[in-house]
Write a protein that binds this ligand. Structure first.
Ligand SMILES: Cc1cc2nc3c(=O)[nH]c(=O)nc-3n(C[C@H](O)[C@H](O)[C@H](O)COP(=O)(O)OP(=O)(O)OC[C@H]3O[C@@H](n4cnc5c(N)ncnc54)[C@H](O)[C@@H]3O)c2cc1C
Length: 410
């Protein structure tokens, strides 16, 4: 019978981060993974979608190449090769992760595991004696009644990753990060995309001005959306919405959130998506770091990012959470020379401040996913508007937009 300091179930960002930190600090660790190391993030989530976003954006840019003086013929693509490219990126990153995990001294068991009691994990009929158990089993796509996944017509975020060919049309249910990113990918490849969202606006969790700007951008891109609406029924591939509108999409993608996977046990350490808090890879990673190294992080300052062109990033409070005591300033991205050079002028930087302090930051812009960290650093460390105004921001950059907007704040 093998004995370990820690038994970790789940090899996604939460599990492998905790495992690597524990093993490198000298603990004996066994990690159980029933599928592939890297979990949802690396194999079915963050990484494959960003690879597709990059490729679909490249395709859009190539189609627009003549406006820069390039002479190109008719640009076409082989979707199977695009999926291969995505797989190469994922495989390469996974091999690198497997090596890091191996070199850290973790024993990895590729099997489904279950908890027998607080010191015993069972995998493939074998018992592992452990002093501590960490559950990092992640989550799975949420199913809704009447829209059960069949992998052919009604898809989830796993099914859509490996389509052999693109559909002519798709109806996306839900406009959170997953729905918006897939709308962007598919629309860029020429798929007719519609979104049905039960809330009043797209990306209901975002600042209202962010939602409205994305709605405007989507209209320009001819991505149609139906707000305050839901699917009433699907009848022989005909979709009827509550509003009475009817659709006959070639496929439906259900992107309405994820359900935690939590094995029955009374374990105290539950990390990542399994704990049902914020379901993001960086939240999982920092939770693991807090658990293992005792380095806390501010859960109110976890950034939300939606990728694609333009990126969307936010942290802190939103317009709809504020009253008149807050100051709200907006800088259009088109005010920045860099945005014209990059041909990415649609978007804004919005700051919500009060008495020299930043309470919320909302960015729709190229590089928003990086820019937001400047503001998080200030918010986390109580660096006020007046101190940030003293920083020399380089020109021409998107970051100087932060300087410009800070100069508008009192
Ligand atoms: C399409 C999509 C795009 C996303 N994009 C982003 C993004 O851009 N940024 C971001 O921060 N987050 C993103 N996410 C969310 C991110 O993937 C998750 O928050 C993150 O993977 C959670 O990490 P985790 O370790 O908790 O769980 P997971 O990554 O789900 O890993 C859990 C692992 O546990 C294994 N497992 C489960 N049960 C058992 C068992 N009994 N025995 C053994 N192994 C088991 C699973 O096989 C899995 O590998 C995205 C998700 C999706 C679906």
């Amino acid at each position: 019978m093998e004995e370990y300091d820690y038994g970790i179930i789940g090899g996604g960002p939460a599990g492998y981060t905790a495992g690597i930190m524990l093993a490198t600090s000298g603990k004996k660790v066994v990690l159980f993974e029933k599928d592939k190391l890297g979990g949802t993030c690396l194999n079915k989530g963050c990484i494959p979608t960003k690879a597709f976003l990059h490729i679909s954006d490249l395709y859009s840019k190539l189609q627009n190449a003549s406006s820069y003086g390039f002479q190109t013929g008719n640009i076409t693509f082989d979707y199977k090769k695009i999926v291969d490219k995505k797989n190469q990126i994922v495989d390469r990153l996974r091999k690198s992760l497997e090596l890091t995990v191996k070199n850290s001294g973790i024993k990895t068991v590729y099997s489904k595991a279950c908890v027998k009691n607080k010191n015993t994990i069972i995998a493939e009929d074998k018992e592992y004696i452990v002093k501590n158990i960490i559950i990092a089993t992640g989550s799975k796509p949420k199913e809704i009644k009447g829209l059960e996944f069949d992998g052919k017509f009604i898809l989830n975020s796993n099914d859509i990753l490996n389509l052999e060919s693109l559909p002519k049309s798709i109806l996306i249910v839900g406009s959170g990060a997953i729905g918006i990113e897939w709308a962007r990918i598919l629309s860029a490849f020429g798929v007719e995309v519609s979104i049905v969202e039960m809330a009043e606006h797209l990306i209901p969790q975002a600042d209202i001005e962010v939602s409205k700007r994305i709605e405007r951008i989507f209209k320009q891109k001819r991505i149609s959306f139906f707000l305050n609406d839901k699917i009433k029924k699907v009848d022989n591939k005909k979709v009827v919405l509550m509003s009475g509108k009817e659709h006959t999409p070639e496929k439906i993608l259900v992107a309405v959130g994820r359900t935690p996977i939590y094995p029955e046990c009374d374990c105290k350490s539950i990390l990542g998506d399994a704990c049902g808090e914020i379901q993001l890879a960086h939240y999982a990673i920092h939770q693991a770091k807090a658990e293992v190294l005792g380095i806390p992080f501010n859960k109110k300052l976890v950034p939300s990012i939606i990728y694609g062109e333009p990126e969307i990033a936010w942290v802190g409070i939103k317009e709809q959470d504020t009253d008149d005591s807050y100051q709200k300033n907006i800088l259009p991205i088109s005010a920045l020379g860099k945005s014209w050079c990059d041909d990415c002028t649609d978007g804004f930087i919005k700051l919500i401040t009060k008495e020299n302090k930043i309470f919320g930051a909302h960015i729709v812009s190229k590089e928003a996913s990086s820019l937001i960290h400047i503001l998080i650093t200030a918010m986390q460390n109580n660096i006020g508007v007046k101190d940030l105004q003293k920083i020399c921001f380089a020109h021409p950059t998107y970051a100087e937009g932060i300087f410009d907007i800070l100069m508008k704040c009192n």
